[in-house]
Design a binder for this molecule. Structure first.
Ligand code: TRP
Ligand code: ZN
Length: 868
């Protein structure tokens, strides 16, 4: 690499020297050479009379200032600097780009037959030279010109204000967006689609046209997305008082997309994975994912678009808050407990792993080389946990007052995380001064709890100690303000009211010091404590609950999350002992009491099936790996397999009875029906490991009338390596090989195949006609699944998995650096492993780091990983 990529620091923020208030864009669309004319109204804010614009991967045709051809400029690989400018002027820039050669899927590119754009975070600078930063807000007018037969639909942000026909079969449409916006929210789409239309009337009486654009022939897969959009619009009015602000809301589904979806003003662009669903092609999880992502992008209209980010270090301002909002949306519409459980699994698994990796960063990062590298679990998911803690500390009513104040103050502007916290603090009167540290401190706090009961004084003392281990980015840590939600129970299951210093006290304790004690009074018997209820803070908690106490909480805790958590903790204890047993060549063991506790869960008449399914789901291999250093993938795999099979064998009657009792004749996506299928299919995954597995799985596959049950059968066959696996896989690919999105499920099963020769089969699978490394969904399904969810094979001690990773990374570094950079993540965590594997991975990272054309996405991560 000739010049090393440069980092930007949060503390170096300066406001722009110029701003652009209006932008008039004209696109003359051709596959190989599209002309863009950008006419900006520029206003000088500072003292400098040279304007530096961002721009890359383009051809510059010409520059005019106030209609005069301007020659006084310099270009670099990433900038255009125009000199000797007046104070206010009109700037005209003409550029050319090549959409069909754009495999990075950033800027203007072709997805299948359609033109589309992706501008967040810094993709607009591949379309024209501009002040491509989120604190420059302009009003956009966009004219799109293209061949009419190939591109009957020409779309951009805002309202369609004019259109017409041209010579040579071309036509044009003009769009105007009345809301000033940063360049990252710009979008353009042109192509041929089928359109699903509906309408929504807001609480203020605005009639909004809703349009969902899908590839031709896919209209029957769009209704769930439309229903989700309407639900999201209603929900945001009811729960947050926020209504939509344009007369049209469009969603376009595209097959080539780097992420989930994008909240461009009035014109969302979606990965087709998060739009298309019918009962034959999509699983229940897909349906729920669509609801969540449609909600997420819609909620950005206020938290992101109307109020945007001052700079990219503030990304969590919009993402953490919008994830919180989409989680609440899903929880209000479906099961709150199931949603919470699954969100917590993500924090405890991959987010904790990220936060102890070389990429550890605060939810508001301090230092960035490539912004695309910071669309992370930390910014999104931990960011949402930070908002949730504010919600816990303020309560719903004050939280909503805070949101109102935040919106009033900052509507139409680019704000900071500090602005948000200040609004919450002022509206509620709750002191958040120490709490702000959650924005600047990285890493996961370890909290250790101990308790003592004093029968004479009738007091119960809880001692809490917090310690955040150093992370690579930040050696020194301070004590955080941790909301610790607790409850005390008597042996008969009654709740003991909490009382401290003579007064009743809230369940949420303010734990703010390194060490802190809470003495509960009037406790007439040795209580059982439930800690970190609802996962009230993103921390690792250690408390020495006995098996009996955990089994008590599994049954008696007043909230479902606490019951689930007790069950997980009980399993965790036996995982640890069995992992140790494996390593010492001793026999595995699972206590009968534990088996009986789970028998009780299955037989419980009052629990919802969806919740029982969660109770029966073991922690993932990755979550368990996070408890260890060095990680022993084989031991973890063996212990998890042992616990699963032991429960299956011991509980075979209960699991079988439940399995058969939950058979449904018709498929609906009602939440109760989803819950029943999910329990039935968890039962199947256990039973697959027993003698009756082969026949049950086969039967289910043959009789399934929906994708959820089909996939559950194939998954069970894959995980348990049943003889029927091959036949089921073949039937499936014969049926679906024309449909990449459906084949992703099949690719995922190939990627996670536990068979010894999985890697060679994966290499063969890459030749499948439906596979392409140019498509991010395909890549993630097959290769991503192998890297992340096939630990035994990926970490094979001969290094074959790591060498394969390098081959993939070399390809993606050229074609799509953003996807390459996501794929490299598991390799960055090499220090968790034994010395042999560490050395093998380091060798591969070094190989990649020596590439001449190493993208800065990979450069940033590899540099961090190889640092001390
Ligand atoms: N803002 C988008 C979201 O939260 C994220 C996103 C979509 C994105 N596409 C991207 C981020 C491309 C970086 C690059 O839904
Ligand atoms: Zn988002």
């Amino acid at each position: 690499m000739s010049q090393l990529p440069q980092a930007k620091f949060r503390n170096d923020y300066t406001s722009p020297e110029f701003t652009i208030t209006d932008l008039d864009l004209t696109f003359d669309l051709f596959d190989d050479s599209t002309t863009v004319i950008a006419v900006s109204k520029v206003i000088k804010l500072g003292t400098c009379n040279s304007l530096t614009l961002d721009g890359e991967h383009m051809e510059l045709v010409g520059v005019k200032v106030d209609d005069i051809k301007w020659q006084d400029y310099q270009r670099s690989k990433t900038n255009l600097t125009i000199n000797n400018l007046p104070d206010n002027f009109t700037l005209t820039i003409e550029t050319k780009t090549n959409p069909s050669a754009n495999t990075a899927l950033e800027g203007l590119y072709k997805s299948g037959g359609a033109f589309c754009t992706q501008c967040e975070a810094e993709g607009f600078r591949r379309i024209t030279y501009f002040l491509d930063r989120p604190d420059v807000l302009a009003k956009y007018t966009t004219t799109v010109i293209a061949d009419k037969a190939e591109n009957p639909y020409l779309l951009s942000n805002g309202n369609r204000i004019d259109s017409g026909d041209l010579e040579q079969g071309r036509h044009w449409v003009k769009w105007q967006d009345p809301h000033p916006k940063p360049s990252y929210l710009f979008a353009l789409v042109a192509g041929q689609f089928d359109v699903l239309r509906d309408q929504f009337t807001t609480k203020t009486g605005r009639k909004v046209d809703l349009e969902i654009f899908v590839d031709q022939g896919n209209l029957d897969r769009a209704p769930h997305a439309m229903a989700s959009l309407i639900n999201a619009m209603k929900w945001d009015e009811q729960r947050f008082g926020l209504a939509y602000d344009l007369d049209i809301y469009m969603i376009v589904a595209v097959d080539f997309f780097n992420m989930g979806a994008m909240e461009n003003k009035g014109l969302n662009v979606f990965n087709s994975k998060y739009v298309l669903a019918n009962d034959q092609t999509a699983t229940d999880a897909d349906y729920l994912g669509i609801e969540a992502v449609i909600g997420h992008e819609y909620f950005h209209n206020w938290t992101g678009n109307r109020i945007t980010c001052r700079d990219w270090f503030q990304l969590s301002l919009k993402e953490g808050l919008t994830v919180f909002r989409d989680q609440e949306f899903s929880s209000d519409l479906g099961s709150r407990a199931v949603n919470r459980i699954n969100n917590v699994r993500i924090i405890r698994g991959p987010q904790f792993a990220e936060d102890s990796s070389p990429m550890s960063h605060p939810i508001r990062p301090e230092k960035v080389i490539e912004m695309n590298n910071f669309y992370t679990l930390t910014v999104y998911e931990k960011g949402s946990e930070v908002i949730r803690m504010i919600h816990t500390l303020l309560g719903e009513e004050k939280f909503q007052q805070g949101i109102q104040l935040y919106v009033e103050r900052h509507d139409g502007t680019a704000a900071t995380c500090d602005d948000f916290v200040a609004a919450m603090e002022e509206a509620s009167g709750v002191d958040l001064s120490q709490f702000r540290l959650w924005y600047s401190q990285s890493g996961t706090p370890n909290v250790t709890a101990t308790t003592q009961y004093n029968p004479d004084k009738q007091t119960f003392t809880l001692q809490l100690e917090q310690h955040t281990p150093a992370t690579q980015d930040q050696p020194q840590k301070q004590a955080l303000h941790i909301p610790m939600n607790v409850e005390l129970y008597q042996a008969d299951g009654q709740i003991i009211p909490l009382q401290i210093q003579g007064s009743p006290c809230d369940n949420v304790l303010d734990f703010k010091q390194d060490q802190q004690s809470f003495v509960f009074e009037n406790v007439s018997e040795q209580p059982i404590i439930s800690l970190l209820r609802e996962f009230s803070a993103p921390i690792k908690l250690t408390y020495d609950h006995s098996d009996q106490e955990l089994m008590f909480l599994m049954v008696n805790a007043q909230n479902e999350f606490a019951r689930w958590d007790a069950g997980q903790n009980l399993i965790a204890k036996y995982l640890r002992t069995n992992i140790a047993a494996y390593q010492q060549n001793q026999a595995f063991e699972l206590n009968d009491n534990v088996i009986d506790a789970f028998r009780g869960v299955i037989l419980s008449a009052e629990l919802e099936p969806a919740f029982i399914a969660e109770m029966l789901t073991l922690p993932s291999q990755n979550e368990v790996a996070g408890w260890y250093k060095p990680v022993d993938v084989d031991a973890i795999n063996a212990a998890l397999g042992f616990i699963k099979q032991t429960l299956a064998v011991e509980l075979i009657d209960e699991l079988t009875a439940t399995y058969h009792s939950l058979k449904q004749s018709e498929y609906t996506i009602e939440h109760a029906a989803i819950g029943q299928r999910s329990l039935r299919n968890v039962c199947l995954s256990y039973l697959a490991t027993t003698d009756i597995g082969e026949s049950l799985v086969c039967q289910q596959f043959e009789s399934a009338n929906n994708m959820t049950d089909t996939m559950a059968a194939m998954s069970a066959a894959n995980q348990a390596q049943l003889t029927c696996r091959e036949a089921l896989m073949k039937t499936f690919s014969d049926k679906w090989s024309h449909d990449g999105l459906v084949m992703d499920k099949w690719f995922m099963l190939q990627g996670t195949n536990p068979a010894k020769d999985a890697l060679s089969m994966i290499r063969t699978t890459m030749d499948h006609s439906a596979f392409s490394l140019k498509n991010p969904n395909r890549t993630r399904s097959l290769v991503g699944a192998f890297f992340n969810n096939n630990p035994v094979n990926f970490h094979a001690v001969d290094g074959s998995g790591y060498q394969f990773a390098t081959e993939i990374l070399l390809f993606l570094n050229e074609s799509n650096p953003q996807v390459a950079s996501r794929m490299i993540d598991p390799l960055l965590k090499y220090r968790q492993f034994d010395e042999t594997r560490q050395q093998l991975i380091r060798t591969e990272l070094e190989k990649v780091s020596k590439l001449d054309n190493l993208a800065k996405d990979l450069f940033e991560k590899i540099t961090k990983a190889l640092e001390a």
